[in-house]
Design a protein around this ligand. Structure first.
Ligand code: SF4
Length: 271
């Protein structure tokens, strides 16, 4: 590979200091993220379902929607259509009506009817335990396939949703421009015995602590590892100190922020 030639400094100007480059997380450092498990030793998806087909439908419905919103609509739907055959019998028009509170409901109804037909025609009415076959189903992408493989079949996959994407990039543990890049980074760094639960822990951390608008850094159990440059802090902690720690190559432990906070009522019940 050809080296990038160095540009000569302009006459009279002082050479710029190279910007501090953060090194990647080592496997040992990344393994420290497993302390997220403390708050939720046996995580489960927050979507409600009774069989693998219902899980698949719920995950398809949850794209760009909240699990809470999906859980409001699915009990009535699954009461009459809990198998691909019953979903086809229900039909697209009635399905559309039943899920109209969920974003993109028309497209999702069309996909659910089409995937139900495909399950009957190609998989004997069951959900396949196979990534390639899952991703061929209408409305099912890599993330949905990863969730189904992990939750329904116990495969150690990491489904990168908006929460994991944010947490991985903010903390610097597995930065990436695309979900696939983040997934690959997390796959590489996550200890094998934690892979099954990793996506749940990261999702719940992103949903309840490392929130999109304002992360709860003072109660974050991985604050000492996180390299986010705009951490929120208790008022007595100077902003310069927070910034300095974030820029440090090896951040010192923020022991005063390393306290866990129990999850909300709903999360404790389901997770
Ligand atoms: S310290 Fe703040 S930004 Fe970093 S992971 Fe924790 S909540 Fe998120």
């Amino acid at each position: 590979m050809r080296a990038v030639p160095k540009r000569p400094a302009a006459k009279g100007s002082s050479p710029k200091r190279p910007s501090a480059k953060r090194r990647a997380f080592s496997k040992a450092e990344a393994a420290e993220f497993t302390r997220l498990r403390q708050s939720m030793p046996e995580p489960e998806t927050e979507l409600e379902y009774d069989n693998v087909y219902q899980l698949l439908v719920a995950v398809v419905l949850s794209a760009q929607a909240t699990d809470v919103g999906v859980n409001k609509a699915t009990p009535a739907l699954f009461a009459i259509a809990d198998t691909p055959q019953k979903m086809l019998a229900l039909g697209e028009e009635r399905l559309t009506e039943m899920i109209r509170t969920i974003g993109l409901f028309r497209t999702k109804a069309r996909n659910i009817i089409a995937l139900s037909r495909m399950l009957i025609e190609h998989h004997g009415g069951t959900v396949p335990r196979d990534r390639e076959a899952l991703e061929k189903l209408p409305g099912v992408g890599r993330k949905t396939a990863n969730v189904v493989l992990n939750v329904a079949f116990g495969e150690p996959t990491i489904a990168v949703d908006t929460h994991i994407f944010r947490v991985a990039n903010r903390t610097g543990i597995a930065p990436g421009k695309t979900p696939f890049e983040v997934e690959t980074g997390l796959e590489r760094l996550t200890p094998a015995e934690y892979k099954l639960g990793a996506h749940h822990w990261l999702i719940l951390h992103g949903r309840y602590v490392c929130k999109a608008r304002k992360p709860d850094c003072p109660v974050c159990v991985v604050a000492d590892l996180c390299r986010y440059g705009a951490k929120t802090a208790p008022s007595e902690m100077p902003a310069e100190l927070i910034r300095a720690r974030a820029e440090a190559v090896t951040p010192a432990p923020l022991t005063e922020t390393s306290v866990s906070r129990p999850l909300g009522r709903r999360a404790r019940r389901r997770v």
